[in-house]
Structure formats: C-alpha cells, structure tokens
Design a protein around this ligand. Structure first.
Ligand code: NAD
Length: 492
C-alpha cells in the first residue's frame, strides 16, 4: 500500500467476509449489509452478515480451538498473546485507517484505539503464567482445600460500533488470557477493524477458530446469546439491548456481563484550573467522538461563583473545534454514525428547545455546505438544564451537553447522583482532599479527577446502576471470564 496514512483505503481492500475457523466465509443465509461511510453517506463496502447457521459453526469451531488453547503450557499461551500484541502494534496504522472507515472516528484519535488494544493484550498476556488460585484451611479437618479459576470455554463478545478495538482490548484479550475461545460479534456498523484483528490472531499463530469474527445485526447477536455452546456473554452496548440480551440469556442461564451507557457528570469547582477544566469539559463532552462515547461527560455541573468565566472559555473551545473529514489529521470532530442517529439527535435537540428543558446557547443544527452529504452535527450546548428533564436523564449519544449550576459540594453531589446511570464522573478542583471526599460519594464506577477518561489495562472499568454489571480491565476483568472451582482432598 503506497497511500498516505491520512487517506481512505481502496474499497476493495476492506475486509468483508465472516472469519470462522480461520477462513473467510460468506454468510450461509446470503445476508449482507451495505456499510455506509458516515462522512459522506456513500457505501463503503458490502459486508457478510452472520445468521444462526454461521454462529453455530463459529461456536463449534471455537469450542474445538479452546480445547487446543488450554492444552498449551501457560508460557506458550503467554508468548502467543505477546506475538498478537506485536502484530497489533505493527498493524497500528492500518487498524487506525480501518477504524476511520468503521465509524468515522478522526484519524487524529483512531490509531490510539489500536494502541490501547495492544496495551490490554500485552497486559493480559502477562497474567497468563502468573495467574494463581488459593488454598484455605477448613474448620475441623486437615483437608487440602483448593480454590481454582477455570475458563468458561467459549465466550461470546458482543461489541458496539463506537469502539470495537477498545472492546477487543477490554473483552477479547481478557477472555483469551483466562483460557477461553471467543466468538466476537461486531456491530454491522463497525465490522472492519474486528475482521482485521481476527486475521492478526491467525497471523500471530493462534489456533484457527480461537477468535472467530462474525459481524451481524440483532439476529446474529440473538443466535449467539441463545447458543447452548456459549459459556458466557460479554456485552457492550445500550441498555435497551442489554434488557433483550439478558432475557434471551435466561433461556440457558448463560451468565452475562454488561458494559452500558452513561449520563456522566463533570463537576467543575470554583478552585479548578479553568483553562484545563474548560478544555477537558469540551473534549470529554460534545467534541470527543462527537459525544458518541460511553464516557461522555454530558452533564457539566459548574459552581456558580465561576460560572461566567468558565462558560466563556468552554464555549470558545467548543466553537473553535475543527469539524470535517475524519481522514484530515487536523480534524477533531467527525460526523455521527448514521442518518438515523442524525434524526434522533436533532429530534432530542428540537424537543429540548420546544419543551423548555434548557437554553440552547450554541449549535443545534446539521452542517451543510461541503459537509452536507455526511452526518455532521454542530457541537451543541444547553445551559440551565433541568436535571429532571429527558435532556439530562437520557443518553443522547451525540455532540450535545447540558450545563447546570451548583452552589456547594452537597448540591453538586446530589445532582450528579440523581440519574439512573453510573458509569463515569469527573471532578475539576485543585483541592485534593475535597476531590477524594467527593469521589467517594459519587455513585459511578470510575471517577476521573482533573483528567480525561483514558483507559488503562491495570484499572477495572464498568458501571454502577444502569451502566452495567461486571468490570472490564485489571484483575477484576480477567476474573469476569473465569468460573471458580473448589477442590477438597481428604487427608488421613
Ligand atoms: P447497541 O446496543 O445498539 O448494539 C450493541 C451490539 O449489540 C451491536 O453489536 C448490535 O448488533 C448488538 N445487538 C443489537 N440487538 C441485539 C440483540 N437483540 N441480541 C444480541 N445482540 C444485539 O449499541 P450501539 O449503538 O452499538 O453502541 C452504543 C451504546 O454502547 C451506547 O449506549 C454506549 O454508551 C454503549 N457503550 C458502552 C461502553 C462501556 O464500556 N460501558 C463502551 C462503548 C459503548
């Protein structure tokens, strides 16, 4: 390939086949999906969509590969995972470009997703030959009492479109390191990087079928959840889908961990460094991934005494953000994912305006001119938002944020926690004693103080309340993919 890293790939080089048992395959049912590039609304490629027959084949081949995988010594599995991390590193540029094709994340950020996946794979590789169980004395005997961790067998990983490489790091890498095989079901909206990743697993020397990649919509997802050969489902996506999946998983009592959405609060206290607080609120809010991130700080709570100064800086940054072609390395904000998402977000904005949920101070429209064919929306800010309104309560998943005021710490915490979600919270203050005290009182799985939500493999990530069950990352994330066995040996 001689093209520059900041140009689209030729359409015929995008991976489009299902990856099952080490081979690229067409869908047994003939089902396909025309993938639309969000930046220009034009078809990218036609992708094979897995149905029940393909899922069945993928699960069976994964079960066979898992038996081989677990028969390897821990050192061999560790080395193969390290080889995979090396392969991902060597492929960062291509993965970055495919990621742009997937969901139009700007090239400025997109190779970072590949680098993050690599970090998790390398981190979890290191656990493989160090994982240990425990032994605990039992009350009245000298029995040997062992507590061991075993893989589930085949894990189904269901990924959203807004960060397949991130889910590969948090979900697939941990599942493999825990001794499982994986059937990875990417969204039909973001199939390219997962398919490329599947190929890298093969190139790294992993057994064919250890990682099968089967893009599909709800139909393939449901077949995966209901398959009796699946030991565990790891789902990342929206709450509505989680309800459907949990109901389907009940059929076989399949355990499910869920990583869901958020309506995260960003608390800006009067003593914060206002320049960095404004920058963080803008990027973590409407700008980063056009607000299409589970970690979006979509409710910005500002202390009254600095409100005007903060808003001036914040709005200046929001309004200056370069919007446009995601392949342009100067661009910070790309389009949203689809026409349907565009309509939904514009509807949310119109409803908030007409029903008086807050005051629209910037944005609110679809962009025209040379961007008219893509799904571009202006970064949008509402002030004086009523925290009881749908604008403040529902995940918008677009470049829209709500600003609210508070007088003191207690009021800020009450507002922040008054939500059904609990994924992230952000605190901006120079007073670390206060920061720590407030962090303890916030009902959120991750609290980020004076910084953005950059994930790290050492740290467990996940939600309170409707933001999810279970954790991804860290030792906690490894244990999500293992079941516990107790072995007791009688001693004379
Ligand atoms: P979604 O729930 O629509 O889809 C997620 C995945 O589930 C897709 O692969 C989809 O094809 C599949 N799916 C849909 N219906 C299904 C069914 N009935 N059975 C099985 N699978 C089914 O979500 P999305 O629009 O792709 O992603 C956006 C959502 O994901 C947001 O709510 C966002 O906050 C959340 N998210 C959470 C995290 C996290 O780590 N907490 C990370 C990224 C995204």
């Amino acid at each position: 390939m001689t093209t520059s890293p900041a140009t689209p790939l030729p359409p015929d080089t995008l991976p489009t086949g299902l990856l099952i048992a080490g081979d690229s395959a067409k869908s047994a049912s003939g089902s396909t999906h025309q993938h639309i590039y969000p930046a220009n609304g034009r078809p990218n490629a036609t992708v094979e969509m897995a149905g029940a027959t393909d899922i069945d084949r993928a699960v069976r081949s994964a079960a066979e590969a898992q038996r081989e995988w677990i028969s390897y010594t821990p050192e061999r599995r560790r080395d193969l995972m390290i080889d995979l991390a090396d392969a991902v590193r060597a492929d960062t540029e291509l993965l970055g470009r495919l990621n742009v094709h997937d969901f139009a994340v700007p090239i400025l950020m997109s190779p970072g997703h590949a680098a993050l996946a690599e970090k998790y794979i390398r981190y979890y590789a290191g656990h493989i030959d160090k994982a240990n169980g425990s032994s605990t004395p039992v009350s009245d005997k000298f029995d040997i009492n062992l507590i061991e961790r075993e893989p589930y067998g085949v894990v189904g990983v269901i990924a959203p479109w807004n960060g397949p490489l991130v889910v590969i790091g948090l979900g697939v890498a941990a599942a493999l390191a825990a001794g499982n095989a994986v059937v990875l079901k990417p969204s039909e909206y973001a199939p390219f990087t997962p398919l490329r990743f599947g190929q890298l697993c093969l190139d790294a020397g992993m057994p064919p079928g250890l990682v099968n990649v089967v893009p599909s919509g709800p139909e393939g997802g449901e077949a995966l959840v209901r398959h009796p050969g699946i030991g565990k489902i790891h789902f990342t996506g929206g709450g509505h889908t989680a309800h459907t999946i949990l109901a389907a998983a009940a059929h076989n009592l399949t355990p499910v961990s869920t990583e869901l959405g958020g309506k995260s609060a960003n608390l800006v206290f009067a003593d914060a460094d206002l320049d960095s607080a404004a920058q963080l609120a803008a990027f973590q809010g409407p700008l980063g991934q056009s607000g299409q991130s589970c970690a979006c700080g979509s409710r910005i709570l500002v202390q009254n005494s600095i409100y005007d100064r903060f808003m001036e800086k914040f709005l200046a940054m929001v309004n200056a953000a370069p919007i446009g072609d995601p392949f342009d390395p100067q661009i910070l904000v790309g389009p949203v994912i689809s026409q349907a998402a565009t309509d939904r977000i514009l509807h949310t904005i119109d409803r908030a305006r007409t029903e008086g949920m807050g005051e629209l101070v910037t944005g609110g429209r679809r962009l025209g001119g040379e961007l008219a064919a893509g799904y571009y929306l202006e970064p949008t800010v509402f002030t004086d938002v009523d925290n009881r309104s749908p604008l403040a309560r529902e995940e918008t998943f677009g470049p829209v944020v709500s600003i609210m005021r508070f007088d003191d710490e207690d009021q800020a915490i009450a507002l922040a926690n008054d939500t059904t979600y609990g994924l992230n919270a952000f605190i901006q203050t120079r007073d670390l004693t206060r920061a720590h005290g407030v962090a303890r009182r916030l009902a959120a799985g991750s609290v980020w103080i004076n910084r953005n939500s950059d994930l790290s493999p050492q740290s467990p990530y996940g939600g309170y309340k409707h933001s999810g069950t279970g954790r991804a990352g860290g030792l906690e994330g490894l244990h999500e993919f293992q079941q516990v066995k107790n072995i007791r040996i009688a001693m004379p």
